[in-house]
Design a protein around this ligand. Structure first.
Ligand SMILES: NC(=O)C1=CN([C@@H]2O[C@H](COP(=O)(O)OP(=O)(O)OC[C@H]3O[C@@H](n4cnc5c(N)ncnc54)[C@H](O)[C@@H]3O)[C@@H](O)[C@H]2O)C=CC1
Ligand SMILES: NCC(=O)COP(=O)(O)O
Length: 332
């Protein structure tokens, strides 16, 4: 009954209200027990604004969450702040960062079963001392895992995708892509699909970088020079990998049946198809870590925070997936 730790995210975003909505739906959605790392007052205000009757109860230790969860949303309280939905502040970013740091430490210590991070705005966090490109790299650093071995995967009912390069400018992508990076990230993804998702022999579809996967070098050299050698190395290691495949025909329904994960060369090549297909159930999960970490696929959605329009599906899916992966690891 070790609970999951859910961070509140940026208080001005949709994180607090979705934490409350998830608790309110936890019975019907069959969610594992969780507690929020954040602010009792912020959660209470967010629930009220959304018209939810959620009792929020402060706990002092994750071990108390199970006894509280059936009647109230447990929170490890980091204090109150002034906040307005949709209007991010440095104070709010500092609370989000503190929640992330504290929750990550608790999961590392085994006092919470997995980390589920609420949405934060990276540009706001950077103003209060956050040095990493995203929460993925923050958690990797906390676990002592090099950034190239902490692999972002987005998973939904229709598709799983891994972006090999992530939060970098598009013009930098060709220079960053190496056969070694593609192979390393693909191997970590394949291993995680076995351990955390119970897929005995994962099938990897590796996208090309250029249109038509380079069209035999007429539309760019990277597919032949970088992606193809990575796929060959994966195959030589006994991994069921194919590619480089033209990315434009990888994501239609019949194509998706032929693989378990699409290895993509850059952020939008991966995230556009999954957010088009599975936005309301998409989970961002970090593979290759000693702890389980998931997150809803969406961001802070400042424009709709506090309006009641934010849909909770991705948060529910992130909690559920974290619980399932943690349970599978506990049994291994
Ligand atoms: N896991 C995380 O912490 C993530 C954080 N971000 C951050 O979020 C901030 C805003 O990013 P955007 O690109 O605008 O993405 P976003 O996901 O916040 O919003 C994109 C669009 O989707 C809508 N939307 C988002 N979540 C929704 C929900 N639960 N229900 C209904 N509609 C929803 C928004 O209203 C907006 O129209 C950025 O600062 C970015 O860094 C973005 C993605 C993931
Ligand atoms: N586009 C995905 C995203 O922004 C999530 O990043 P992270 O904070 O989970 O590293």
């Amino acid at each position: 009954m070790t609970p999951l730790a859910l961070t509140i995210g940026d208080p001005a975003g949709v994180g607090p209200e979705l934490a409350c909505a998830a608790w309110a739906l936890s019975g019907t959605a069959n969610l594992p027990h969780f507690f929020v790392m954040g602010s009792k007052r912020v959660l209470e205000k967010a629930a009220r604004r959304r018209g939810l009757h959620v009792k929020v109860r402060a706990i002092t230790d994750p071990g108390q969450a199970a006894a509280v969860f059936d009647t109230a949303l447990p929170v490890l309280d980091l204090g109150d702040i002034e906040y307005t939905p949709g209007q991010p502040t440095d104070e709010g970013a500092a609370l989000a960062l503190k929640a992330l740091e504290t929750a990550t430490a608790l999961v590392r210590e085994g006092r919470a079963a997995a980390l589920v991070t609420g949405p934060v705005a990276k540009s706001r966090l950077a103003r209060v001392g956050f040095t990493q490109p995203g929460q993925t790299e923050f958690v990797a650093d906390a676990c002592g895992v090099p950034h190239d071995r902490a692999v972002m995967m987005l998973a939904g009912p229709s598709l799983r995708v891994v972006p090999v390069t992530v939060h970098v400018a598009l013009h930098a992508v060709p220079g960053l892509l190496t056969a070694d990076l593609i192979e390393t990230r693909s191997r970590i993804a394949a291993a995680a699909l076995v351990c955390d998702y119970g897929i005995a022999a994962p099938r990897l579809a590796v996208a090309g970088l250029n249109p038509h996967a380079g069209e035999d070098g007429r539309m760019g050299h990277e597919d032949g020079a970088v992606v193809a050698p990575a796929v060959a190395a994966l195959q030589a290691a006994g991994i069921d990998a194919r590619g480089p495949l033209p990315a434009d025909t990888m994501f239609h329904a019949a194509a998706r049946e032929t693989y378990d994960v699409a290895i993509c060369m850059y952020h939008d090549q991966a995230l556009i198809p999954i957010k088009a297909l599975d936005f309301d159930e998409g989970v961002n999960v970090t593979l290759g870590l000693p702890i389980v970490r998931t997150s809803p696929d969406h961001g802070t959605a400042f424009a709709i925070a506090g309006t009641g329009q934010a849909r909770p599906g991705a948060t529910l899916a992130a909690l559920r997936m974290a619980g399932e992966c943690a349970a599978r690891r506990a049994l291994a």
